[in-house]
Design a protein around this ligand. Structure first.
Ligand code: IDP
Ligand code: MG
Length: 153
């Protein structure tokens, strides 16, 4: 069932950080009405990245993907809100920016699939696993947004 406290893991990849797109991407999630519950700038280890993309381990681009993700800092975040997992994926656009519609993050801000600037969880199960992989429970901040009543009926 859809829940206002649903959470998703969103990460701005090293190319998004290097290209100065951190503010633009956070702005979109903030202005949508989602609530930020955790955020850190981190240079992820190759072990963590291999685990994060473990489902893709047999794909030919897996090693290059881990290298790309390890090439610089990542902004790791947890966002909360009604349907945030699915809506977050819609906001990201398609995996390949070539197929992403204008108005989406990948549609507006990047060109090639191997440099697609942002990650977002694709299911409740992956969101839970990814949040646990990237954050400890104390890093998830519990607070009430003053806009809550203006975003939800
Ligand atoms: P997603 O990020 O939209 O969930 P996935 O299929 O889970 O897409 O792939 C994870 C990441 O792997 C993509 O975001 C992209 O960075 C990379 N990737 C996917 N397909 C290719 C490819 O064909 N070449 C290079 N990198 C790819
Ligand atoms: Mg994926």
């Amino acid at each position: 069932m859809a829940s206002i406290s649903e959470r998703t893991f969103i990460a701005i990849k090293p190319d998004g950080v290097q290209r100065g797109l951190v503010g633009e991407i956070i702005r979109r999630f903030e202005q949508k009405g989602f609530k930020l519950v955790a955020m850190k700038l981190t240079h992820a280890s190759e072990d963590l990245l291999r685990e994060h993309y473990i489902d893709l381990k047999d794909r030919p681009f897996y090693a290059g993907l881990v290298q790309y993700m390890h090439s610089g800092p990542i902004v790791a975040m947890v966002w909360e809100g009604l349907n945030v997992i699915k809506t977050g994926r819609v906001m990201l656009g398609e995996t390949n920016p070539m197929d992403s519609k204008p108005g989406t993050i990948r549609g507006d801000l990047c060109v090639q699939v191997g440099r697609n600037i942002i990650h977002g969880s694709d299911s409740l199960e992956s969101a839970e696993a990814e949040i646990n992989l990237w954050f400890s429970p104390e890093e998830l901040v519990d607070y009430r947004s003053c806009a809550h009543e203006w975003i939800y009926e």
